[in-house]
Design a protein around this ligand. Structure first.
Ligand SMILES: *Cc1c(COP(=O)(O)O)cnc(C)c1O
Length: 372
């Protein structure tokens, strides 16, 4: 999708409900905190029956996310609940599953601790080499690009074509980019999953996730999974994410623009050993990123000399909030080795927020100088 079409989509996202409103209706969708609905007689006569089956607040959010994705969507109470739905609705005993070895850690843990004991066989490969060896014989393939936290990328269209030829279902975790930065379904993926806890909500005040697909049967199965597993969002949280979503375009544009400026300057900084950002011309991810992404994201990784320097940088910068997660309005950072990621002790994941760029850069530069 080109810039003009993405802009048109962002505008439509803000106005898609207008035509459905009656005089006197609230312009902002309401919150429906209810477990039960008035249900006399035949349940099929009522549009709503029970709070685990449906809720108007989720539906309002799903409709808005549907505009964003250009596909039907279903919301879950966290990113992992969405990923669990995608895995458990698609994988059976004996199936071979391919996951990235360098993607979101919890996805692998879920597969290891719960899919494997049910008889699924799962293998991992690094994101940048996900297609090495092909995908013949796999039933399910998942990619995460750019990967979190290494920021390697893989070619979504190429994997989609290989998966299709192999008869495998292909899902992309699009959390790091959102549909404004990268559109996996347009590139041929069967399923797109997002942790809306990150940029989509953007305010670090709730967890949420969603799945988007253009495959009606796959969506029906996900709806069934949610209804039977009970992995349902709270109405208030769904409403918060809906509100966050309305400013996604301006937040994400600012964050990506600032991240590009900061990555460029970090690359030339005397106290920084290495920088990864897909928007840097010399980054190993750049060529594919330029082809398949509309933006280069808000996440940068930088490597400082050692653990102590990295900790001094993170805690010493007044405009960096030391915390995990990314995609929020406040710039935040953490040393990923503290979670056991296979990275250097001085490796820092920096999530750029919406602070004005020059003020943020000055604070980062000063903290870097003071860190070594
Ligand atoms: C955070 C994250 C998740 C999980 O989201 P939760 O809302 O924390 O469950 C999944 N995938 C990626 C890439 C993430 O960054």
């Amino acid at each position: 999708m080109n810039k003009h079409d993405l802009d048109a989509l962002a505008a439509r996202l803000l106005h898609h409900r207008d035509a459905t409103l009656q005089p006197g209706d609230s312009v902002v969708p309401g919150i429906w905190p209810t477990a039960v609905f008035h249900l006399p007689g035949n349940p099929s006569n009522a549009p709503y029956q029970y709070g685990r089956f449906h809720n108007p607040t989720w539906e309002a959010l799903e409709a808005a996310l549907g505009v964003l994705e250009g596909a039907e969507t279903i919301v879950f109470p966290s990113g992992m609940a969405a990923i669990a739905a995608v895995l458990f609705a698609n994988v059976r005993a004996g199936d071979r599953v391919l996951l990235p070895s360098d993607g979101y850690y919890t996805t692998r843990m879920l597969a290891e601790h719960f899919l494997k004991p049910l008889g699924a066989l799962f293998e991992t490969r690094p994101t940048a080499r996900l297609l090495d060896g092909g995908v013949q014989g796999f039933r399910f393939v998942m990619a995460e690009t750019p990967s979190n936290p290494g920021l390697d990328v893989c070619d979504i269209a190429a994997i989609a074509a290989a998966a299709k030829a192999a008869g495998a279902t292909f899902a992309v975790d699009n959390t790091t980019m959102t549909a404004l930065g990268q559109r996996p379904l347009d590139l041929g993926a069967d399923l797109m999953v997002s942790a809306d806890t990150k940029a989509v909500n953007g305010h670090s005040d709730t967890l949420m996730g969603h799945v988007a697909t253009r495959d009606g049967a796959a969506m029906a199965r996900l709806r069934e999974w949610r209804k039977y597993s009970g992995a349902i969002p709270g109405p208030f949280e769904a409403w918060l994410v809906h509100r966050g979503l309305e400013t996604l375009e301006v937040r994400f544009a600012r964050m990506c623009a600032t991240a590009a400026v900061i990555a460029e300057r970090l690359q030339g900084h005397e106290n920084v050993l290495a920088v990864r950002y897909p928007g840097l011309k010399n980054d190993p991810s750049h060529d594919i990123a330029r082809r398949q992404m509309a933006a280069f994201g808000s996440m940068i990784t930088l490597t400082l000399r050692d653990e102590a320097a990295a900790e001094r940088f993170i805690t010493g910068c007044p405009l960096i909030q030391p915390s995990t997660s990314f995609g929020g309005v406040r710039t935040c950072a953490e040393r990923r080795a503290r979670w056991g990621d296979a990275v250097a002790p001085g490796f820092v994941r920096l999530s750029v927020g919406i602070e004005p760029a020059e003020v943020l850069w000055t604070a980062i530069d000063e903290a870097l100088r003071a860190s070594s």
